[in-house]
Design a protein around this ligand. Structure first.
Ligand code: UD1
Ligand code: CA
Length: 468
């Protein structure tokens, strides 16, 4: 940010969010997989250093602080929430050393740094005491309205809250975004003049417009080009709409970069997800958190991938659930596979239907095609795991490891009671319950021998006839 004068950002985030009817503080509600406040901090961080960002917290302050503490911003406590004007009054000491402040709302999360920059430039150009970022959304209902000096003038007379609008003022299309720039000196000088003589009996920051103007200060407005980015989240319906806007933008960003997303409106893609070009995403896929997907992958419908890294040319068949795991190039997963945290799926591995893995490393070319549980297990290159194989990793108290070497063949329906090791090249007969280690190149069979009684059925019939 080009300026010699000192600038701080204040984010108002102390409110309860009564209209959300939620036990969770408003600014911790999420859109695009991230709390509202985190979105606003991210935008502010592109303008000033984290140390010059102050969040006003109050309702469930400790919970809010804990969620965003790692960003390095500072906090101001507003123990009693007496309105947006009161929130800024609580910041008086914190902001005294800055020439100007930008005020952002913790519940206006889609604001882009470019737009805040535009507000800041305008504020400096006009040398105003207060500059209001405004917009003209399709439906202005619920927002404070801007009373301009005259339609073409940048000068503002006042901001009128929805509840105080006169019938004629109801038609005003220009709304207050809740985002402002202030010169600190006049703000601090008149901040104490706010009164709670209004419908909510609160101290409104919006009243500063008329107060500053009455004392001969310049108050101006600048309109954002995209009304969508300054919409607030006061109700669950608002939140869901903002979430949709954000996800639409994420899908558009990925498509512009060469990713095919069929029916993007059915996909849930978090804001920070990265996907390389030429990957195809089918309808109803969810990509969440810190997920990275390589090039030439096919992600078929109904899969949910959270905090995973997928390499290139991965085929994810329908209805897989992948969490905190990695999948290397060329792997084929699913349908109906479940990769639980700590799964490392190697190159060209095949994990088939109804296979569950957890904290397990499958090296290159391993095949586990059907109905299997692999937990706390390492499996060497090229090993084949038959249908229905189960690692018994839990003894009721502790978890134990299973180690399977390279080129091993584990017959179907075998159980491997951990801790146990199967060395390179060994074979395990189908239906075995393996409780002791198997040496390399050996065959282990651990099941009852089959007994066959020839002619048993006819003999039984004869006995039954005789008893009649
Ligand atoms: C506010 C504006 C309105 C504007 C709208 C834009 C006022 C009086 N009205 O209304 O003109 O159109 O934003 O979204 O400012 N907060 C505190 N402490 C408090 C009260 C609120 O920190 O005591 C925080 C809230 O957590 C929230 C923000 O300030 O993040 C805005 O408060 P909110 O009650 O949502 O104001 P609106 O009614 O939306
Ligand atoms: Ca609001």
């Amino acid at each position: 940010m080009e300026s010699s004068s000192k600038l701080a950002v204040v984010i108002m985030a102390a409110g309860k969010g009564t209209r959300l009817k939620s036990r969770r503080p408003k600014v911790l509600h999420e859109i695009g997989g991230k709390p509202l406040l985190s979105h606003v901090i991210a935008a502010a961080s592109q303008l000033v250093a984290p140390g010059d960002i102050f969040a006003v917290i109050g309702h469930q302050a400790e919970r809010v602080r804990a969620v965003v503490a790692a960003t390095g911003i500072q906090f101001v406590e507003q123990t009693e929430q007496r309105g947006t004007g009161h929130a800024i009054q609580c910041c008086a000491a914190a902001i005294a050393g800055y020439d100007n402040i930008l005020v952002l709302s913790g519940d206006v999360p889609l604001i882009r740094p470019e737009t805040i920059e535009q507000l800041w430039q305008f504020h400096q150009g006009e040398e105003a005491a207060m500059t209001i970022l405004t917009a003209a959304p399709e439906d202005p209902t619920g927002y404070g309205r801007i009373l301009r000096q005259s339609p073409l003038s940048a000068e503002v007379q006042a901001i009128v809250e929805q509840k105080a609008l006169t019938p004629e003022q109801l038609d005003i299309a220009e709304i207050n975004s809740g985002i402002y720039a202030f010169k600190t000196a006049p703000l601090l000088k008149h901040l104490g003049d706010l009164t709670d003589d209004n419908a909510q009996h609160e101290l409104y920051l919006t009243d500063m417009a008329a107060l500053l103007r009455a004392s001969g200060e310049l108050v101006v407005a600048v309109q954002a080009t995209e009304a969508e980015e300054v919409l607030g989240a006061n109700t669950i319906a608002d939140l869901v709409a903002l979430d949709a806007t954000l996800r639409e933008a994420t899908a558009s960003r990925l498509m512009a970069a060469g990713v095919t997303i069929f029916r993007p409106e059915t996909c849930v893609i978090d804001a920070e997800v990265e996907v390389a070009p030429d990957t195809v995403i089918e309808p109803f896929v969810q990509l969440r958190g810190n997920t990275r997907i390589g090039t030439d992958c096919l992600i078929r419908s109904y899969s949910v991938i959270e905090n995973c890294t997928l390499g290139n040319s991965v085929l994810l068949r329908q209805s897989c659930v992948l969490t905190d795991s990695t999948v290397a190039d060329g792997a084929k997963i699913g349908p109906f596979a479940h990769l639980r945290p700590g799964s490392e799926i190697g190159e060209d591995v095949h994990v088939g239907n109804f296979v569950e893995t957890k904290k397990s490393k499958l090296h290159k070319g391993v095949k586990a095609g059907h109905l299997t549980y692999l937990g706390d297990t390492e499996i060497g290159e090229g090993t084949n795991i038959g249908a229905g194989v189960i690692t018994c990793n839990y003894d009721g108290v502790h978890k134990h490891k299973t180690s399977i070497g390279k080129g091993v063949f584990v017959g179907s329906d075998s159980t491997l009671v951990a801790p146990v090791t199967v060395e390179d090249g060994a074979y395990i007969g189908a239906g075995s319950c393996i409780t002791r280690s198997v040496p390399g190149e050996a065959l282990s069979v651990a099941r009852a021998r089959q007994t066959t009684i020839e002619g048993w059925v006819a003999a039984r019939h004869a006995r039954q006839e005789a008893e009649k």
